[in-house]
Design a protein around this ligand. Sequence first.
Ligand code: SAM
Length: 271
Amino acid sequence: MSVENDAPSRSHGRKQVRASLRPRDLMAEDALAGVWTAQVITLVPQAFPGILGESLTGRALKDALWQLQVIDLRRFGQGRHRNVDDTPAGGGAGMVLRPDVMAAAIEAARETAPRGAPLIHLSPRGRPLTQTMAQTLARGPGVTLICGRFEGLDQRVIDHYDIAEVSLGDFVLTGGDIAAQALIDATVRLIPGVLGNAASTEEESFSAGLLEHPHYTRPAEWEGRTIPEVLTSGDHAKVARWRREQAEAITRARRPDLWARHVADRDRRNT
Ligand SMILES: C[S@@+](CC[C@H](N)C(=O)[O-])C[C@H]1O[C@@H](n2cnc3c(N)ncnc32)[C@H](O)[C@@H]1O
């Protein structure tokens, strides 16, 4: 089914555009002015929107609360075979993405990127992706993401464009595309209107510097396990206190690094 057909038409500034769940290839006339924009430079454009086209992020994409521009790196490749990579200088296994090819894709992306959108390379060497990072990106105009493949990107292009590097975690993926989708998902859900219940992003893990408390729902008893009594007491103050205590206990036990930062912030606020 083509989602495009039932997508609403919206007017954004000068243009009358049709929101689409299909990844837009890089076409200036497609860009919606003033809409949070994720640009993704990738060798696997068909992997987008992927999971981002589903559920709440998918609905928001269709409703043009955010937009996606996918830039196929292969288009900028060299020669008959559109080569994008070459052997590593100094020898060794694998291939490296050429700086001239990547630069051509970056230049093309920047033509339609919203002013001030940061350029980020997904890389295991980057700063770990955090909720604070997602919050900062969500407040901005968008982001241009570079998905690496093979052994990665020639360092000169990273230095030339002063590209920030962000990691999904201390493990190695085959390519940056899953990391890009994770970063976009974490960011887009913070854009006003994307989630139905705005309060849910304020209470969830990391937002207050703590991991979240446990959740329960019906049935009241399952496999001999009951819901903690306090949650069915109807006493909202007691529930809030219990949730806070649980969040603190879980953070202290599982993430001593987060807990230490939380305690330091709390002490600073109290002095
Ligand atoms: C096979 S990896 C390259 C790994 C690289 N040779 C290294 O050892 O650091 C290929 C691409 O996947 C992406 N990637 C791999 N692991 C990642 C991670 N933890 N976070 C973000 N991107 C990652 C990067 O874009 C990287 O260029």
